[in-house]
Design a protein around this ligand. Structure first.
Ligand SMILES: [Zn+2]
Length: 548
């Protein structure tokens, strides 16, 4: 299916061809193309669980420079912060992307929730009906730095989710595309080039075609049993059978990533990426693993089929790049890890797994604190869920606020599901983390995603083995976002033709990716502008960080 789609897409190529540049002369020569792939919610655990079964793209990447226990080191292990670290070399405390959304209680508009990838100053918008924008990203991406050094460098970003495309591409990307129910779209006012129009036609055709479902690969058979989450709903045995024109089902299926990869391969050829004298970059956000993880959990047949399909589609994608004769380096990682649903965990030797107590939801917490303090206010405490940043009503007097804070802290700290609560003052005073990410304290992790302007008045962290979804019947059954290692650990895989394999099991950070790539293309990055460090990708003697 991918090959056929590519052939059609490439026939629609419209930009003039670029003169073929000579191939790299030596391993120290800069690759002509950086392919940066983020697989949303691809935890280090998922990567290692299926490693014996890889035969496609993930097998190839497992034979390069392998960091099987990389870290999205910060506490707020969500999609937007995670994607903001991958190509900036900076933790969320520096990128400014502290969560998928935060609150600005002083915002001019009625909706005080701010989506990470929107421009809330645009009239008539809300956090759910927003104008996509990169304005909240406080630092340049690798692509932006490459263009600053050489304006001829081309920067393309495609993804299933807008926040993935925007946070990896950054404001200077030549093209930024993400999947909507209408196909791939970009910022307002960006015209749709012929290639994207053709991709969108293919998308519409695929969506209109029923998917009978995928075969169960042999390694998935032991996982093929139903797990009930109540309300007559169960997960664990899905095959992604999809009726025609159901976009939600398309997104929550391996079909989504296959389309994004077909688009990326066609865009590389169409734009002529990797065929110039300098290095170009494409970032690719593959979002299906996350949608599937939320909808079905991480340990059922659904996730197993998805990883199998992802491996194959990545393999076909790399084969296409090889056919184009490109000298490219791949980096594949994830924006965060994940955690399976408590109902299946309990069946698999984890009887202590729980869903969150509804009393911890901001509205319930507000009511409890109002009753305790006698200070009534509809939105005394605001936040987007039962963990993470909490904000106090801005209309409180200084005395009232102190009383509310004390009462909230006392209530939360006495709750059996609460690990800890940090105040804004505590986080502001904490030093920035350093040292191995596997040994950081919760305060250090929280500091890594703290922003004095955007963070809450309190940061609530739940105990491990608590899923912050009270009701799994209507929406998601499982999630991520915690400061625990299930959500922090992600694979970091580098591969380039001729690279000698090595494996480094110690913790490194996703913020190390950008300086590592920058060194390969001889792009200077001032050390004080980033949090990461260059990883030497040369096995044995030699050092790719110094070019020796
Ligand atoms: Zn994500």
């Amino acid at each position: 299916m991918l090959k056929k789609a590519l052939a059609v897409l490439l026939a629609a190529a419209s930009l003039p061809a670029i003169a073929q540049a000579p191939a790299a002369e030596s391993p120290a020569a800069a690759p002509r193309l950086i392919v940066a792939i983020s697989v949303d919610q691809f935890s280090a655990d998922l990567f290692s669980e299926y490693r014996p079964f890889y035969s496609g793209g993930l097998k190839r990447l497992s034979e390069g420079a392998v960091f099987p226990r990389g870290y999205q080191s910060h506490a707020a292990t969500e999609t937007c912060p995670g994607h903001s670290t991958i190509l900036t070399g900076s933790r969320p405390s520096r990128t400014g992307i502290i969560a998928n959304s935060w609150m600005d209680l002083n915002a001019a508009r009625a909706d005080k929730t701010i989506y990470c990838a929107e421009d809330e100053s645009r009239p008539g918008t809300s956090s759910s009906n927003y104008v996509p924008s990169s304005i909240h990203l406080r630092v340049p991406t690798l692509g932006g730095r490459m263009k600053a050094a050489n304006p001829a460098a081309r920067v393309v970003s495609v993804a299933g989710k807008d926040r993935a495309a925007i946070m990896m591409g950054g404001p200077r990307a030549d093209q930024t595309w993400w999947l909507s129910p209408k196909g791939y779209v970009s910022y307002p006012g960006v015209a749709t080039p012929p290639l994207v129009a053709r991709v969108n036609e293919i998308f519409t055709q695929r969506l209109a075609t029923v998917n009978p479902g995928f075969e169960l690969p042999p390694q998935c058979a032991p996982k093929d049993f139903p797990v009930s989450v109540g309300g007559g709903k169960s997960v664990g045995t899905g095959r992604f059978a999809r009726p025609a024109d159901n976009f939600g089902a398309f997104r929550a299926s391996p079909e989504q990533d296959a389309l994004t990869l077909a688009f990326a391969a066609a865009a590389i050829e169409n734009v002529g990426l990797g065929k110039q004298a300098q290095t170009d970059i494409i970032s690719i956000g593959l979002s299906a693993t996350d949608v599937i993880g939320h909808a079905y959990g991480t340990e059922g047949t659904e996730s197993c089929i998805q990883i199998d399909r992802l491996d194959r589609e990545l393999g076909a994608f790399f084969d296409q790049l090889d056919k184009q004769g490109l000298d490219y380096i791949v980096i594949l990682t994830a924006d965060h890890g994940g955690h399976d649903l408590p109902e299946r965990h309990r069946q698999n030797a984890m009887p202590m797994e729980q869903r969150v107590d509804r009393a911890l939801m901001p509205r319930a917490l507000s009511e409890a604190v109002a009753a305790k303090t006698g200070i009534g206010s509809k939105d005394l405490i605001q936040g987007d869920g039962p963990s993470g940043d909490l904000y106090f009503d801005r209309s409180l007097s200084r005395t009232q606020r102190a009383k509310v804070e004390a009462a909230t802290l006392a209530l939360l700290r006495a709750h059996p599901q609460v690990e800890t609560v940090f105040t804004k003052a505590q986080l502001a005073a904490a030093p920035s983390p350093s040292g191995p990410p596997e040994s950081w304290s919760l305060l250090q992790e929280a500091k890594a995603s703290f922003d004095p302007e955007r963070s809450g008045d309190l940061l609530l962290l739940l105990k491990p083995r608590i899923t912050p979804i009270a009701d799994p019947v209507k929406g998601s059954v499982a999630t991520h976002g915690s400061p625990w290692d299930t959500d922090r650990r992600v694979p970091i895989l580098f591969w380039r033709k001729g690279m000698q394999h090595f494996e480094q099991p110690l913790g490194v950070e996703t913020v190390d990716i950008m300086p590592t790539l920058a060194a390969l293309i001889h792009l200077p990055v001032p050390r004080n502008e980033i949090d990461g460090r260059c990883l030497d990708l040369t096995a044995g003697e030699g050092d790719s960080c110094t070019g020796q």
